[in-house]
Design a protein around this ligand. Structure first.
Ligand SMILES: [Zn+2]
Length: 615
């Protein structure tokens, strides 16, 4: 009783101060810098001096959270709207949309890191597939200058609803597609400024950094330097000077593909767990992102904008080294042309489910061709059932976790039973409307059940993770089973490992405390909410799965109380239990790690038990 009263009062205090500060707020400029896939504890003055400086001189968010499934578009949707994924509907990077997306390659399971695909999905879901307004759109509606530069997909997602060809109705966007047929058009003002600055009007390609290699050829050994130097030059030499000249507040989003791209494709560790994503290529990727941040801060200094500009740095997710090992998977016992013997093939989840459920498997990335013999689905995705046009089950393959959709709900129990048999599974989350199943937790418990416009997955399957003995902090040594074309020893994310949920987060600027260590839990949904508050933006919210303003990091801001807790499912036959470690501030929950005990890095059986018992 006493505990619930305490919680209630903490929540109320937070609300009232929040309103007061919004009224008194003078809008300043904001730079949101996203070092894609940067692990919190990889940052130090040697590896990433600019990041370390923002963290150490500004706010060090020591208790950060990427949202599960820990993927790019999903966390981008949270940062751009302030909502959890149950509201934004961006459950991963590849989702089942329930219709055939032509620009995605005629598939029902589009990979959505693509402007043209996002436009197509928006059109299908009433003009805004996120179902919530983005901070960039709200900011430009309010008269701010707005721009988003960087990685294809999450960059455009920050301002994706108005047709870019309508001049004046859109943020300035530079991404991989700029200058190409499907790139967001540049205004004459921007083109002239590019010419004056001696910069091309098209984004250079990634070059060798895009080389993923294969089972016999190592991937890249270089960071994404040239492409990102272009984005940083455009920001520093064109966009920021233009915004300064307009003499009104601005928001600039910079989405650095590194270290993500270099960690994914790393050629340092072919088929070996070590050094995995702690090799020189990954470190070069971290340094590359850091150099971009340093260049933006120098530009702010030179333009006299430092004192009026807040900077939030938030990685979308952490990272793990890929394992392809399983003793239970039937698919790992088949020989494939492109997969080392005894390793899991790409698409192992679809293959294993097709076998366990005795259903035909078709490839939605290969014109629904039947997958037979020693073949695996081309992109890992699968549609299962007699008729691929009307599947019983769909697997959307992503990496450290996969999504299962059940157009035929009757398959739920059998599917869960099959998943519980696999040693690579660690934690199952089931859509609430399907009922309760021992060994699993409902999707609502991890904020994946909300007002999403896109179909909500039936089962979210988390994969096993553990710490390698590489000698670094456990969250820097995360290894995970991943459903991906990438190889053992390369990099992936998406799981409920603390290595994947522990993203780098820091902030600096006039509205943030200086030299402050924030011990409270914060998340990428909080980043969106805090950005909106800093700019005085008010969204008309459809869903209520929202982040909170990180008030404790602001001068005179409220410092709320946080609680630690653990949630456990009923044990399945055989004893497997999905355990969830969370923290809570008011009614808002933060998710640290989840899975079957012993199969998820950072998962504790009874976290918070002592604390709650003592209250
Ligand atoms: Zn990412």
């Amino acid at each position: 009783m006493r505990r619930s009263l305490l919680l209630l009062s903490a929540g109320l205090t937070l609300l009232s101060t929040g309103l007061a500060s919004a009224q008194n707020n003078t809008p300043r400029n904001l730079i949101l810098f996203i070092p894609d896939g940067l692990r919190a504890l990889k940052v130090n003055p040697d590896t990433a001096p600019a990041m370390a400086e923002v963290r150490d001189k500004g706010v060090n968010f020591k208790n950060p959270h990427s949202l599960f499934p820990t993927f790019t578009m999903a966390n981008g949707s949270a940062m751009s709207t302030g909502h959890y994924l149950g509201d934004t509907g961006v459950f991963s990077n590849t989702i089942w949309t329930g219709y055939t997306s032509v620009p995605a390659g005629n598939t029902v399971v589009p990979f959505i890191e693509n402007d043209e695909v996002l436009g197509d999905i928006d059109e299908h879901f009433g003009g805004n597939y996120l179902n919530e307004d983005t901070i960039l759109k709200m900011a430009r509606d309010k008269g701010y200058s707005t721009a988003a530069l960087g990685k294809h997909g999450p960059t455009y997602q920050f301002d994706h609803t108005d047709k870019p060809e309508k001049a004046g109705l859109h943020s300035i966007v530079f991404d991989d597609a700029t200058g190409g047929r499907h790139g967001v058009a540049l205004s004459d003002e921007v083109k002239d400024a590019l010419t004056k600055a001696g910069l091309p009007t098209a984004t250079p390609p990634r070059g060798d950094n895009s080389k993923a290699g294969d089972a016999k050829t190592p991937g890249t050994t270089v960071a994404n330097v040239a492409q990102q130097a272009y984005f940083a030059d455009v920001a520093a030499k064109v966009v920021l000077p233009m915004f300064k000249a307009r003499n009104k507040p601005f928001v600039l989003v910079f989405w650095s593909r590194d270290p993500d791209g270099s960690q994914h494709n790393t050629g340092d560790s072919l088929n070996q767990i070590k050094p995995g994503i702690n090799g020189p290529t990954s470190m070069a990727g971290i340094k590359n992102a850091d150099n971009n941040l340093a260049q933006l801060r120098r530009a702010l200094d030179e333009l006299g904008l430092t004192a009026s500009t807040n900077i939030i740095v938030s990685a979308d997710h952490g990272f793990s080294t890929i394992s392809k090992e399983s003793k239970t998977s039937a698919s790992a016992k088949v020989d494939y042309d492109d997969t080392p013997k005894d390793f899991l093939p790409m698409g192992f989840l679809a293959l294993d489910l097709a076998k366990a459920l005795d259903l035909p498997l078709f490839d939605p990335n290969d014109k629904n061709a039947k997958v037979e013999g020693n073949k695996h689905p081309k992109a890992g995705n699968g549609v299962l059932g007699k008729d691929p046009e009307k599947p019983d089950l769909v697997v959307a393959t992503n990496g450290g976790s996969d999504l299962v959709y059940l157009p035929n709900k009757k398959l739920a129990e059998k599917t869960i039973k099959a998943l519980l048999q696999q040693d690579y599974v660690s934690g199952l989350f089931v859509e609430d409307s399907l009922g309760r199943f021992p060994g699993t937790l409902p999707l609502s418990r991890i904020n994946l059940h909300g007002k999403a416009a896109t179909p909500t997955p039936s089962i979210v399957v988390n994969f096993r993770s553990y710490a390698s003995d590489c000698g670094e902090a456990p969250t820097n040594s995360s290894v995970q089973v991943a459903d991906t074309v990438l190889r053992q020893g390369q990099g992936m994310h998406g799981s409920f490992s603390r290595g994947d949920t522990m993203n780098f987060m820091a902030a600096i600027g006039p509205d943030f405390k200086a030299g402050f260590v924030d011990e409270l839990p914060v998340s990428n949904a909080d980043v969106g909410m805090t950005a909106a508050r800093l700019m005085g933006l008010r969204a008309t919210q459809k869903g209520d799965l929202v982040g909170r303003v990180m008030s404790e990091a602001m001068p005179n801001g409220t410092v709320p109380k946080a609680y630690v807790g653990t949630l456990k499912s009923k044990p399945a036959e055989g004893g497997l239990t999905t355990v969830l470690n969370f923290q809570r501030i008011g009614s808002q929950r933060y998710f640290d790690a989840a899975g079957f005990p012993g199969r998820t890095l950072g998962l504790e059986q009874d976290a918070g038990k002592q604390k709650t018992a003592g209250k």
